[in-house]
Design a protein around this ligand. Sequence first.
Ligand code: SF4
Length: 417
Amino acid sequence: MAQQSPPKPTLRQRLEILADAAKYDASCASSGTAKKNSLGGKGVGSTEGMGICHAYAPDGRCISLLKILLTNHCIFDCHYCINRKSANTPRARFTPQEVVDLTLNFYRRNYIEGLFLSSGIVRSANHTMEQLVEVARILREEHDFRGYIHLKTIPEAEPEIIHQAGLYADRVSINVELPTTAGLTRLAPDKNAGQIEGAMGRTKARIIEAKDERKRFRHAPRFAPAGQSTQMIVGADGANDAAIIGKASRLYGDFGLRRVYYSAFSPIPDASAVLPLKRPPLLREHRLYQSDWLMRFYGFAPQEVADAAEADGNLPLDIDPKLAWALKFRASFPVDVNRAPKEMLLRVPGLGTKAVARILASRRHRNLRLDDVARLTVSVAKVRPFICTVDWRPTFLTDRADLRGLLVRKSEQLELF
Ligand code: SF4
């Protein structure tokens, strides 16, 4: 008797597979959150559900996106990836038209404001990239779709096809994958660091050219107006936080990236033997995002953030990197809240950019007291050892050997309430 081939999965089944496979992509705002589920109908607000993610539009709005893969078939064999060629995982594939239809259906029902589309590599990098571009082309040209589009691009594809992606998408991203070239060679043997950075460099140049063109000609085509971003996997190779921070800062500098996303490596079913058995603590990903913030908004040089790391080159998990830096470099404190320049106020643990702006505005009219600062911060206990006001000096507190322990206890108590 002739063997019957298994029935083709329905659109819904394929959506489940390809939305689930996309959850490993961290390039959106909801990727780093603690996962909560609402299984069994208990509770609302699940972050486990697949298919919708959140991202920030260029104007700062938080928008929801349909986040899926075009396919999870792949001819590459990256060890850390659930979709790699040798993985035993259910496979599925959409046609470009199916992705377009799903996007428009979800959009019309007000479920989403845009699309985040990535893909495994089928047949060839060029073929896959053409299919991704085709989705964006149909949406923009045939349906006049004005929603947000984020396309993952494949660095191995021809530059001209990647260029097409930038003409239709708001944001493009190219995954750098791992913090070191040695890690990439070992864990993603089909990928090449030079090719990845070459594609990032060309994308940067085209973004700049398009901006210049539009200054001269109002109708010149846009090219990735929301810029480019990348993603780095944390904890799959041996790279420590200092190396990751150094790499991220170089990527920001060399390629004008809008964001570097971190994705804590998670052990996958049927994992390759070269991978660690345990995922790194989720808090490590969070500390790296905090260090990213220090470099982008608090004026810290990459080396200064790396200096906050412990002897093994990793940031402490029990305190944030700004507090870790302040505890290591206590000679820079206390800072006089009524006189210190903005750069030094931004270094005070517990003072965020908004609090610093309000301090600078208020002190033009009067001298600030400790109570005034307390009203601007969540924990004055965290700030007190590092500042002076007209009525407060920390005297020996700043230099106490047990200061770290005191502050860790306070922040644990804060988390309880
Ligand atoms: S190319 Fe992408 S989808 Fe394919 S195995 Fe590597 S990381 Fe996974």
